[in-house]
Design a protein around this ligand. Structure first.
Ligand SMILES: Nc1nc2c(c(=O)[nH]1)N[C@H]1C(S)=C(S)[C@@H](COP(=O)(O)OP(=O)(O)OC[C@H]3O[C@@H](n4cnc5c(=O)[nH]c(N)nc54)[C@H](O)[C@@H]3O)O[C@H]1N2
Ligand SMILES: Nc1nc2c(c(=O)[nH]1)N[C@H]1C(S)=C(S)[C@@H](COP(=O)(O)OP(=O)(O)OC[C@H]3O[C@@H](n4cnc5c(=O)[nH]c(N)nc54)[C@H](O)[C@@H]3O)O[C@H]1N2
Ligand code: SF4
Ligand SMILES: [Mo]
Length: 825
């Protein structure tokens, strides 16, 4: 669809406009002088650009709104497009260089089949018919012999839009998976903070809209490097700073973000939990936590029995009652509320029946031994006085006290958290106390008071009609089989070897990789390659010939984002749904993934489940009272191109009712629900209450770290979004090759100088690359970008260094929990 508003903007009128601007400049003494300027005569033959709406939507989370300039059926450039609220206008080098990807030399133009070894680049062009027939023949064979679960779908984060991308679980890919009834393998990235904070919040969104940042007195950037990883939102932080908001950065590295800080707090890598526990310790010691809040907004009054479970009214002879029907089981829910000791009546009552639960000193109720949640939490927090916390996290005792004072006195505080503490095996243990610091000091749920990862805009998705969009029925009304097993990367190899998954038979023969480059982006390169090798038949759909594509049997050419209609459904950085026009025909024989899914299901005899057009899918997804109430309809999006997902006014998260069982802030949980089922026994005693331990590989006290003394961090690249843009020649001019950064004193000790070549290695793998000296890194910490592919390294692979091991309950790849040795080559 062409955009009428901007289409009339011709090249001629732009040049005139530029002349006027320069003339204005001349008035204040700029040269060249206005009178010397002559309007450039434009050859009649240059046609005006057609300008379409576009959404940049890789996993930088930005979702920048773009003008896509098209001339003679080709994209010639991209520029930032006006959002309805222009504060959200943004673009970066990547948004400006789509042309280099669309027409790049590595673009996959045709379906291809592998004719050489897996991993080689030996492919032969085939027709779409041959590609689809080959896949259908293989898959039908597997389905007949082993069932549809023998096919495993693997989704990455390459595109957040609704039709051809992930859309956080609501993308059309999910309809494909459900129609096929296949297995699914989860990416398991970025999960620890959400998982850990859920223990405190029950999973509610506590992030305010970015425009609210100016209302904070203090903003704390706790493990986040927005100058690179949130480029589109950094200006909100800086504008708040200019407006007087204090800017505190908690990060082991003195980087571009830290350089802007009013106060930089250099924490040791992977120890934020110890720091937060130290801060909590000071807050309680000083009596800075309001007791009434503890009684009525937290679960501190609840009573824990010796078996770790809550004392419930049924333990005291009160019969449970029936509540509303559970939509999942169709059965009524059982209401058996946790009990507290009521100060006024001196009896145990349901927690909701008193405003004065006793927090301390209740040890037995009707002969049942108990402890209050408050005493349980204090028992743990008291183990982290500032001196102890400081010894672990490296932050001076006085600075721990100062941080506590800030949360107590210098609010409202907005705390911005991203992956700094997330990419460790202890990430969720750290996140819980970090969240408690904000929550217990009342720094959430009000203007300027918030905590979260910017990605917490996503809960708005819950208002979508995912049930109908993703779970189709056939024409006779039979429901689709639905996704089968949920595997995790760490389990795949085992399943392939044993034919068993959690004790049940499961034969996996084939994988379909969508929007991902897993051979590069998953931990333990060799492991990932090995499970690819064990698969009989691999299909990868991508725009460019990635390292993962080279391990495929069939590569399918996916259309670039601008070559199809879509809906940018991505709220990490702005509160808008954005429309993607189809700007050009797909290059070569590429096809939008939405169409590829439909064609494949047709060939498999499952076409009835894909009886839906692009627009119908989007209409179905947005078919809800909520979306209508805020005017987010396909009709409006097609004309306006952008629609706000919230009512007008800064969105402020509510922090009155939490998602926990009691609706209150949690300092203890009785039920440990692991993020994944591993079949291994879980030590619940360390998961129910506050608990913290050092990171498994990078922890200073760990044997592994003693053998490999450098803590290795994975950086994001300004010019790549994960591996995306590796194929763009323009960005190669700026960042041509991988480098490892290290502290000058470490470099001197290792005999390394800028530009030397070094080998990083540990028990699992190695990589060889050039060295850069960077005094912003503390001693013992080195860092390098994660976005490079095999051919970019002098030798080895960066992805060979992080371990694939997960925490016992949290399925999270620990990209920063890595220790290596380093030596000069
Ligand atoms: N340009 C660009 N932007 C991106 C991406 C990209 O690839 N390129 N990827 C996107 C994605 S998917 C993600 S997940 C985000 C990640 O975004 P960020 O979380 O900002 O990224 P990181 O660089 O992993 O870590 C952030 C900061 O944490 C610090 N850090 C490391 N360890 C610790 C620690 O133990 N404690 C504390 N407090 N800090 C620590 C690092 O020094 C770094 O400054 O970025 C998104 N944005
Ligand atoms: N060592 C190390 N590894 C890491 C990290 C780290 O810190 N260190 N960070 C991790 C993090 S935070 C994340 S989120 C993951 C991301 O992991 P991935 O999601 O695997 O990362 P991308 O490199 O973005 O891969 C996306 C692929 O999708 C393709 N693509 C884009 N749009 C489309 C489309 O519309 N259709 C199709 N079919 N394909 C499309 C792109 O060309 C690209 O090849 O990486 C993780 N990997
Ligand atoms: S890569 Fe991210 S920040 Fe850059 S233009 Fe695209 S969405 Fe925006
Ligand atoms: Mo990520």
């Amino acid at each position: 669809m062409q955009d009428e508003k901007t289409h009339g903007f011709t090249r001629r009128s732009f040049i005139k406009g530029a002349a006027v601007l320069t003339a204005a400049g001349a008035l204040v003494g700029c040269s060249p002088k206005a009178e010397n300027l002559e309007e450039v005569k434009e050859p009649e033959s240059i046609p005006a650009d057609e300008i379409y709406a576009g959404v940049c939507r890789g996993n930088c989370g930005g979702g920048c709104f773009l003008n896509v300039h098209v001339r003679d059926g080709q994209v010639v450039r991209t520029t930032a497009r006006d959002m309805p609220d222009t504060q959200y206008n943004r673009i970066c080098t990547k948004g400006l260089t789509h042309v280099g990807r669309i027409y790049g030399a590595d673009r996959v133009l045709y379906p291809m089949k592998r004719v050489g070894e897996r991993g080689s680049n030996d492919f032969e062009r085939i027709s779409w018919d041959e590609a689809l027939d080959t896949i259908a023949e293989k898959w039908n064979g597997y389905r007949e012999q082993f069932g549809p679960t023998s096919i495993m779908f693997f989704l990455g984060s390459g595109n957040y839009a609704a039709l051809s991308g992930s859309c956080n679980g609501a993308g059309a890919y999910q309809r494909f998976v459900n129609a096929l009834g296949c297995s699914y393998c989860s990416l398991d990235v970025d999960a620890a903070v959400g998982f850990g904070s859920k223990r405190a919040t029950g999973g509610i969104d506590l992030a305010n809209e970015l425009t609210d940042r100016k209302n904070a007195k203090t903003q704390v950037i706790w493990g986040n490097n927005p100058t690179i990883s949130l480029m589109h939102t950094m200006h909100f932080f800086m504008e708040a700073k200019e407006n007087g908001t204090r800017f505190v950065v908690i990060d082991p590295v003195y980087n571009a973000t830290a350089s802007k800080a009013d106060w930089w707090v250099p924490v040791k890598g992977g120890t934020d939990g110890a720091l937060a526990l130290g801060v909590l310790n000071v807050l309680f010691e000083n009596g800075w936590i309001d007791e009434d809040m503890l009684r009525n907004k937290t679960n501190c009054g609840l009573l824990i029995k010796e078996d770790g479970k809550f004392l419930r009214m049924s333990d005291l002879g009160v019969e449970p009652t029936e509540g509303e029907l559970d939509p999942a089981t169709g059965e009524p829910t059982v209401i058996d509320p946790p009990a507290v000791w009521d100060e006024a009546s001196g009896t145990a009552v349901a927690f909701s029946e008193t405003t004065s639960p006793v927090l301390e000193g209740i040890t037995e109720v009707e002969g049942i031994k108990v402890q209050t949640v408050y005493e349980n939490a204090m028992g743990y927090i008291s183990q982290y006085p500032p001196a102890t916390a400081s010894g672990i996290c490296g932050v001076a005792e006085d600075d721990i006290r100062e941080l506590a004072r800030i949360y107590h006195e210098d609010g409202p505080v907005t705390t911005e958290i991203m992956m700094g503490m997330n990419h460790y095996r202890n990430g969720h243990y750290s996140a819980w106390p970090v969240y408690l610091v904000s929550l217990l000091t009342g720094n959430a749920g009000a203007p300027g008071a918030a905590i979260g990862q910017s990605e917490e805009y996503l809960p708005q998705l819950m208002y979508s009609n995912i049930a109908e969009a993703c779970y189709p029925s056939d024409s006779s009304g039979n429901p689709c089989p639905g996704q089968a097993n949920l595997l995790h990367t760490v389990q795949v190899s085992d399943v392939l070897e044993t034919g068993k998954f959690l004790g049940e038979d499961l034969t996996i023969k084939s994988a379909y990789i969508h929007c991902s480059n897993p051979i590069v982006t998953m931990c333990d390169h060799e492991y990932t390659q090995n499970w690819f090798d064990k698969l009989e038949f691999v299909v990868v759909a991508d725009m460019c010939m990635t390292e993962t594509c080279k391990h495929a049997d069939i590569v399918l050419p996916s259309a670039h984002w601008f070559e199809q209609v879509d809906l940018g459904f991505l709220f990490s950085s702005h509160p808008y749904l954005l429309w993607q026009d189809k700007c050009i025909e797909p290059v070569g024989e590429a096809k939008p993934d939405f169409q590829i899914f439909g064609l494949l299901l047709d060939k498999l005899g499952l076409g009835e489940f894909w009886n839906i057009s692009e627009e119908e899918y989007l209409e179905t997804l947005l078919d809800s009272d909520y979306w209508r109430s805020v005017g987010c309809t396909v009709e409006k999006l097609k004309t306006d191109k952008a629609a706000r997902i919230y009512p007008e006014g800064d969105k402020i998260a509510q922090a009155e009712v939490f998602g926990t069982e009691t609706g209150r802030i949690g300092l203890y949980q009785e039920t440990v629900t692991p993020a994944y089922v591993s079949g291994k026994e879980i030590d619940e005693s360390i998961e129910r209450g506050l608990h913290w331990e050092t990171p498994t590989f990078a922890g200073a006290d760990r044997e592994y770290r003693q053998a490999h003394p450098y803590h290795l961090l994975s950086e994001h690249m300004r010019t790549h979004t994960h591996t995306q843009w590796w194929d763009c020649e323009y960005v190669k001019e700026y960042e041509p090759e991988p480098i490892v950064r290290l502290n000058p004193d470490d470099a001197a000790e290792l005999g390394l100088s800028e530009g030397d070549t070094a080998k990083l290695f540990n028990d699992q793998g190695f990589v060889v690359m050039k060295v850069a000296i960077n005094a912003g890194l503390p001693r013992g910490m080195i860092s390098s970008a994660r976005s490079w592919q095999k051919d970019d390294f002098i030798d080895g692979h960066f992805a060979s260094l992080p371990s694939r091991e997960y925490n016992q309950v949290c399925a999270n790849q620990a990209f920063n929990d890595v220790a290596v040795s380093i030596e000069k080559m």
